[in-house]
Write a protein that binds this ligand. Structure first.
Ligand SMILES: C[S@@+](CC[C@H](N)C(=O)[O-])C[C@H]1O[C@@H](n2cnc3c(N)ncnc32)[C@H](O)[C@@H]1O
Length: 245
């Protein structure tokens, strides 16, 4: 989570990167990294070639990547990736792709996946919005998940939140009919924001019924972050929306 002063410094750095990389794009993340741990370095050196997908001028090809066509889950912003590893291990019948821009998280998940030799997981280093636009075909994804996304608490930064009407329409375009968008947050204002946007989003229905948050599904692993929040008395809200058309 961000502190206010860190928030401003990081935001200045982020907007200068933003101008260089995508002149009109609003970034939903802050660039940050620290020196790799030994495991993270090993993650990239030993397992990066296998787990990191080459996406430039390429389109997602399930057969070429996984050697099969199975239900596909895409996680946006997996952080250090522990819950994504747990989910991929628990559901060998599905394939998982995690998208992140945080170098330490990318290196860490490569290490964990390599240690467990997970066959049904691959990683993309990049902005999830660009990847959804350019790498995935329309109607190709079964589930998109977004867990504990940056809440961007200040009003002037709300435009940086990942859940926006136009981003949800991009996700709708990439989901199969019947596919699921699942998000969880411990930030109440963001939770209400998500519910409001999704309840009025064209083409989606709320699996918990209009105006309701979903029960925490068993398949979403409890992360250390969430347990710490629970111990501090923070709430957690899930939204589960189905693409109807
Ligand atoms: C608050 S962290 C939560 C990480 C993890 N999901 C968890 O529950 O611990 C949000 C993560 O989303 C990533 N992120 C935000 N916007 C992104 C984007 N457009 N593409 C890829 N990653 C993004 C950030 O780099 C950050 O690691």
């Amino acid at each position: 989570m961000m502190t206010d002063s860190q928030d401003m410094t990081d935001l200045a750095a982020a907007s200068s990167t933003e101008k260089k990389e995508h002149p009109r794009r609003i970034m939903t993340f802050m660039r940050r990294s620290s020196a790799f741990t030994t495991s993270q370095q090993q993650g990239i050196d030993d397992f990066g070639e296998h787990y990191l997908l080459e996406t430039e001028n390429k389109r997602f090809d399930a057969l070429a990547i996984f050697g099969r066509v199975a239900p596909l889950t895409v996680e946006i912003g997996f952080g250090m990736g522990y819950s994504l590893i747990t989910m991929a291990e628990a559901a060998p019948e599905r394939d998982f792709i995690g998208i992140e821009i945080h170098p330490n998280g990318i290196a860490q998940i490569c290490y964990e996946a390599g240690q467990k030799q997970l066959p049904n997981l691959r990683i993309i280093d990049g902005d999830a919005l660009l990847m959804l636009e350019n790498y995935f075909a329309d109607s190709s994804i079964d589930t998109v998940q977004l867990y504990f996304a940056d809440p961007w608490p200040k009003k002037k930064h709300h435009k940086r939140r990942f859940v926006q009407t136009h981003n949800m329409q991009l996700i709708r375009q990439k989901l199969k009919v019947g596919g699921i968008f699942h998000a969880a947050t411990d930030w109440e204002h963001y939770a209400q924001w998500m519910l409001e946007i999704l309840d009025t989003a064209e083409g989606f229905s709320n699996s918990a019924g209009h105006g309701n948050f979903a029960e925490r599904p068993d398949f979403r692993p409890l992360t250390k972050f969430e347990v710490r929040g629970q111990n501090l008395g923070h709430g957690v809200w899930d939204v589960l929306f189905r693409k109807e058309s």
